[in-house]
Design a protein around this ligand. Structure first.
Ligand SMILES: *Cc1c(COP(=O)(O)O)cnc(C)c1O
Length: 262
């Protein structure tokens, strides 16, 4: 800058547009989801705080995820994990969130050529739906010396747009996955039916619970810890908790509406 006394005043920096405090909004919505879960747990006669909350963070920048996680201390001990759909986002945000030590799950469809990248950041893959994928995951986990938690994804609604094994094949597939070296079968995952009828959605969740119980009862090697029921999202988490969900996956209700896919 110049010292000349007659220099015109430097133009003022334009006012920053009033940035909505997205972090505060996200924290408020996270607390609201926690309250919904607590109500659903009470209604189902289940201990409050027993259902884990997975933050579905697809398209959400790392800074916003961090804002949400900063409020975890206010959730009365409810456990929170991160869930990514795409390996590309997992790899991009992984380093930015690594210091938080929050468990990260992969919840989207996984192509076998992305297994190595996925396992650098994910501690659990919820979307196992084929024995081939299980074998590649198990081989990689064995090579890294770090056993991998997995869930078998089941398509309870039979909707053709959804991934997951057919319910009729679910127990057999789970037994095969449980026997795969390097993998620890933790349970089952599903995406609820896209239906306005609560009874239809709930029946799908009840089916996943029955399949999980059948896996636990079958006595096959590696199935004894397959208790997880990953089911319930922003629109149907109450129905899932009523059917024994142990982990709900919530995106929109915490982060707001996502931009439409490109
Ligand atoms: C996006 C997503 C969710 C969260 O869905 P919302 O309706 O935004 O809560 C849960 N599970 C999977 C597999 C998802 O892709």
């Amino acid at each position: 800058m110049t010292d000349r006394p007659d220099a015109p005043d430097a133009p003022e920096a334009p006012e920053a547009p009033e940035a909505p405090d997205e972090g505060a909004a996200v924290r408020d919505r996270l607390l609201a989801v926690h309250a919904r879960l607590s109500r659903a747990e009470r209604a189902a006669g289940r201990p409050e705080g027993s259902v884990r909350l997975l933050l579905a963070t697809k398209t959400v920048p790392a800074g916003v995820v961090r804002a949400a996680l900063s409020a975890v201390g206010e959730l009365d001990g409810r456990a929170v994990v991160i869930g990514e759909n795409r390996v590309q986002e997992l790899v991009a945000k992984g380093p930015e969130l690594a210091d938080l030590a929050t468990e990260t799950h992969l919840i989207g469809h996984l192509q076998s050529n992305k297994v190595n990248a996925a396992l650098r950041w994910a501690t659990c893959v919820q979307s196992v739906d084929s024995v081939g994928l299980a074998e590649r995951l198990g081989a990689r986990a064995t090579a890294t010396g770090r056993p991998l938690d997995v869930l078998v994804q089941v398509n309870v609604s039979g909707e053709p747009t959804k991934y997951g094994v057919d319910p009729d094949d679910a127990v057999g597939r789970a037994v095969a996955v449980a026997a795969t070296p390097g993998l620890r079968l933790r349970g089952l995952m599903t995406i609820g039916a896209r239906s306005p009828d609560d009874a239809v959605v709930r029946a799908g969740f009840a089916l996943l619970r029955e399949l999980r119980d059948a896996v636990l009862a079958c006595g096959a090697a590696g199935t004894a810890d397959a208790r997880e029921l990953s089911m319930g999202m922003s629109g149907d988490l109450e129905l899932a908790v009523a059917e024994d969900s142990t982990l709900v996956r919530v995106g929109t209700a915490v982060f707001g509406t996502r931009p439409p896919p490109a």
